[in-house]
Design a protein around this ligand. Structure first.
Ligand code: ZN
Length: 159
């Protein structure tokens, strides 16, 4: 299943949430959890500036879905996100049995951009979702929005 035009608003919301994170001094990542009927069930952005570096939006949404959705609802839900899940979030996504993932920018793209900006490598290896959670359907990158996400990361790391 490819990314449909009707899904772009969810991805634009992810980018807007990432921009909100940046405005509040956090790393620019945003994610939206959408049910099978297209309704938005939850959304969040990075909150690692608090000092807890596990506060990624995909991780928060996975734990929220485990507490509030049935296994069937989780399997039919989609997580849209500005950047591909990191290994921690990919594992949480798979452990709670969420469905498809659609990301704007891949982890590979992000690693390349951060390398160009001279940002030190993270403590966790950068892996594509399919290496961590091979059963999850993953779509991306979405070229229409990649430049916007890249610009947010450049703004975060250049100040
Ligand atoms: Zn993560």
């Amino acid at each position: 299943m490819a990314v449909k035009d009707s899904e772009l608003p969810y991805l634009r919301r992810c980018v807007a949430l990432a921009a909100e994170a940046l405005e509040s001094g956090d790393e620019p990542f945003g994610s939206v959890l959408v049910g099978a009927d297209g309704s938005v069930l939850g959304e969040d952005h990075n909150r690692v500036a608090s000092g807890d570096r596990t506060r990624h939006p995909e991780f928060e949404l996975a734990r929220w879905s485990a507490a509030h959705l049935t296994p069937e609802e989780r399997a039919a839900a989609t997580v849209y996100t500005s950047g591909e899940h990191c290994p921690m979030c990919a594992a949480a996504h798979a452990w709670v049995g969420l469905g498809r993932i659609v990301y704007v920018a891949s982890s590979e793209q992000l690693a390349e951009w951060l390398g160009q900006l001279g940002v030190p490598a993270p403590p966790v290896r950068t892996l594509p979702v399919h290496e961590v959670a091979p059963g999850v359907v993953v779509e991306g990158p979405v070229p229409e929005l990649v430049d916007e996400v890249r610009a947010l990361h450049r703004r975060f790391h250049q100040r």
